[in-house]
Design a protein around this ligand. Sequence first.
Ligand code: PLP
Length: 294
Amino acid sequence: MNRRFALMIDPVTADEQRADYGDTFTHVDAAAPALSVGELSTQRGDGVFESIGVIDGHAQEVVPHLERLAHSARLCDLPAPNLAQWRQAIDQAADECGEGEAVIKLILSRGVEHGPTPTAWVTAAPAADFHAVRANGVRVVTLDRGYDLGAAERAPWLLLGAKTLSYAVNMAALREAHRRDADDAIFLSSDGFVLEAPTASLILRFGDRFVTPAPNGGILHGTTQLSVYEHLAARGFEVGYDRIPASDLPRADAAWLVSSVRLATAISAVDGAPLPVDQPLTDELNTYLLSPRD
Ligand code: PLP
């Protein structure tokens, strides 16, 4: 795929059933103006989104992404998305993606200030090239996220666990990682537990057991992590969710960052200390993640 475009969606209510939602989509070139002045997504980051990997025109794991979009919308008091309408928009965009790796983003914003409806659209674009990091791994640093594991439950208005458009903090953490001569970051809770990366979930291996931070601690429940767990469980490995103290991180037998477009990248160092890399398993995970998944 080598061009970018968007489908603007005229959102219908969640319970409106139609055989075809095609007349609610408007195709726009990515360079064309599409949003109104006063859009709350651009003014306040007030909205939610999803990024879906597309392999050779096949959108991966659409249902888990739609379910998370609906979950994020609920946490943000946004109108419930009509999942059949979004599904058709994704299918239409994926059909135009062609060969290679692409990314479809779903964006649901609170809309224009004082406007009657949310604003909704999907974008399609070529994926960044992740071949090198899938093959070579990434060096990470740990960074304080500034809240403890109880914050999500204690302070739901922080919207922890929702995939909101407010990613300025996540991007700042990546810049800080680069300043510290690393490729990526792992957030730690202020009470010393491992959370997630700014744009990925974390999976650790201890012997034949794989563990990831429990999603109720204020992190996103990753669709890729769920897929990887399905694959590992089918291979006979034990998989689980836990509170993982930061002190466990350097003791792992292997670790990965996983997300929908990068897929699986091995972590080769944490805070400057090398971590063992299991490249054969990384390659196996990526072969699996690149296969069509629904
Ligand atoms: N955690 C955060 C903060 C993310 O932004 C992402 C993806 O962008 C993930 C985890 C991984 O989610 P998924 O595997 O569904 O892409």
